[in-house]
Write a new protein. Structure first.
Length: 327
């Protein structure tokens, strides 16, 4: 489980992104990162391992990253160990080291989810001249979008849609394209993603509390839908690339309810982190990333019945843990 945020508008993006990531830190403790862009200038990527406070200190609470458009991520590692190279955001170019600094690549992005066929896709990209600096499935997805974007000379939405057709798994994906300054692009399948719109600014996040301070007007995009965000605007598309209309929802619950939801999320995360490694993997893949029982069974060489029994046992532990914790 990871947390993603995005912002485009007239205010400095980095402090808003860091503020949102604080509300999502229950979704990941391993590393965090930002990509922020000022106008036509190259985006700048900064990553830090460990808790979010390390990234906050590295960026002087965001003041060291000027720009009005950006994305952020806090990570719980699933593919690739916790490291700066594996931390998000990831870039589409053949970068070296941790892929930090100015982004000369055409695409930079963050991702929450698990890509089941990333090894197959990675080999396809290797065959087409791409090189990889991380051990993540996310870098594969970013480069796959870049591959379609360049091969077919198409726009961001069409490139994202071609990626969604090829990818198996779960994802909430937020991207910036070098050719489209001031714009954010996103898509989802089986991983949470909300989009908020305010006066002259737009937001995206894994969960409502991350943007609740700034707007209560949100959209919930469905599986295999994508969006283009400009300051104060959100445009939505289906898998055919046709623009669609989504209903605008008004968040009516208050900050106290958001805090309680955050506390519950943190409690579940702590519970998962304290499970034995095999149980933690089963729990995360099923309940954080919605992987199918059959997929999990195949990956861990278990029968589907044994996976089901194990997950039932974990759920009982979780209920007991939350009850004792006052939830």
């Amino acid at each position: 489980m990871c947390g993603i945020v995005g912002y485009t508008g007239s205010r400095p993006a980095a402090p808003i992104l860091l503020e949102g990531l604080k509300k999502l830190e229950y979704r990941g403790y391993d590393s965090a990162g930002l990509a922020v862009r000022s106008g036509d200038a190259l985006a700048e990527v900064v990553k830090a391992t460990g808790k979010l406070k390390n990234l906050i200190e590295m960026t002087d609470e965001g003041r060291a990253l000027p720009g009005f458009c950006g994305i952020g991520h806090t990570r719980w590692a699933t593919h690739g160990e916790p490291s700066r190279a594996n931390a998000h955001p990831h870039v589409s170019g053949n970068a070296t080291g941790s892929a930090s600094g100015p982004v000369e690549s055409d695409v930079v992005g963050v991702h929450n989810g698990i890509i089941e066929n990333y090894e197959e896709l990675k080999q396809k990209l290797l065959n087409n001249g791409y090189r990889f600096y991380s051990g993540t499935d996310t870098e594969v997805v970013i480069k796959l979008v870049d591959y379609y974007y360049k091969k077919y000379k198409i726009g961001p939405i069409d490139a994202i849609n071609r990626m969604m057709v090829r990818v198996r798994g779960s994802y909430a994906l937020a991207l910036m394209f070098k050719d489209y300054p001031g714009e954010l692009y996103c898509a989802r399948k089986d991983s949470p993603l909300i989009i908020g719109v305010g006066e002259g600014e737009s937001f995206l996040a894994s969960d409502v509390p991350a943007i609740l301070k700034h707007t209560r007007d949100v959209y919930y995009i469905d599986n295999l839908q994508s969006a283009r965000l400009l300051p104060g605007e959100a445009h939505f598309f289906d898998l055919n690339g046709d623009e669609i209309t989504l209903p605008l929802s008004r968040i009516t619950w208050n900050a106290e309810a958001a805090y309680e939801a955050k506390e519950l999320g943190e409690a579940i995360n702590r519970f998962a982190m304290n499970l034995p490694e095999r149980e933690r993997s089963l729990f995360v893949r099923r309940y954080f990333f919605a992987e199918d029982i059959a997929v999990i069974a195949k990956k861990y060489r278990m029968t589907e019945n044994n996976v089901t029994v194990s997950l039932s046992r974990i759920r009982k532990k979780l209920r007991k843990n939350l009850t004792e914790g006052g939830f």
